[in-house]
Design a protein around this ligand. Sequence first.
Ligand code: MG
Ligand code: MG
Length: 262
Amino acid sequence: MIELKTPAEIQRMHVAGRFVAEVLSEVGRLADVGVNLLDLEHHVRGMIERRGAESCYWDYSPSFGRGPFRNVICLSVNDAVLHGLPHDYTLRDGDVLSADLAVGIDGWVADSARTVIVGTAAEEDLRIIRATEEALEAAIETARPGNRVGDISAAIGAVAHAYGYPVNTEFGGHGIGRTMHEGPHVSNQGRAGRGLTLRPGLTLAIEPWFARTTDRIVYDPDGWTIRSADGSRTAHSEHTVAVTEDAPLVLTRRDQEGAAPA
Ligand code: MG
Ligand code: MG
């Protein structure tokens, strides 16, 4: 289902988006050598409870996971890239951590993800994070009335290609609003000029993710975590974006976004 939102409804999604941004900023600050993923999960759980927000992940039982999910954030480390199940793992120097969060506030949802490096950064890890961030910004730029969903996909694919990263098309972006996953699907690779025409009120979660040397994925035995098939490292960047009459409105923008990872 594709539902165009009114400006007032987009403002309500923005409330959820600001909170998601705040939580992901906090996760970035907390992610450090010696911190356990379960500590991060519990911290985020507390923030969600205090805010009176609703986790979109808790009890989530999609066809691709071993549901129900009993956590509020996805934490994916190194070769893990999507749907990382928080577990008893203590972060090590040089780990690459992707955090993905979707919550609803008063019935409206926002979804965002970021990737940070824990401790000492390897240049090739910084590079793939930068690629997903650049792909995301290029994609957001195309989220304007009259463009097509294929223009968003093509913008992501072009950045991946420029960096030399292959693109998986099984998991990508999506419409979002009253629920976490709505139509349309937004592939991370595609042909410009194809697909749904973008109109004001369309709200999308755009989420480029790449693995360094493969476009294939494997499922972890935990039933949720998705890893690069060859074990290469990964990154994931996501924002919830509203198409408006004017410039694209990023509903999950963090303060000081783009600043060097702590
Ligand atoms: Mg997400
Ligand atoms: Mg998403």
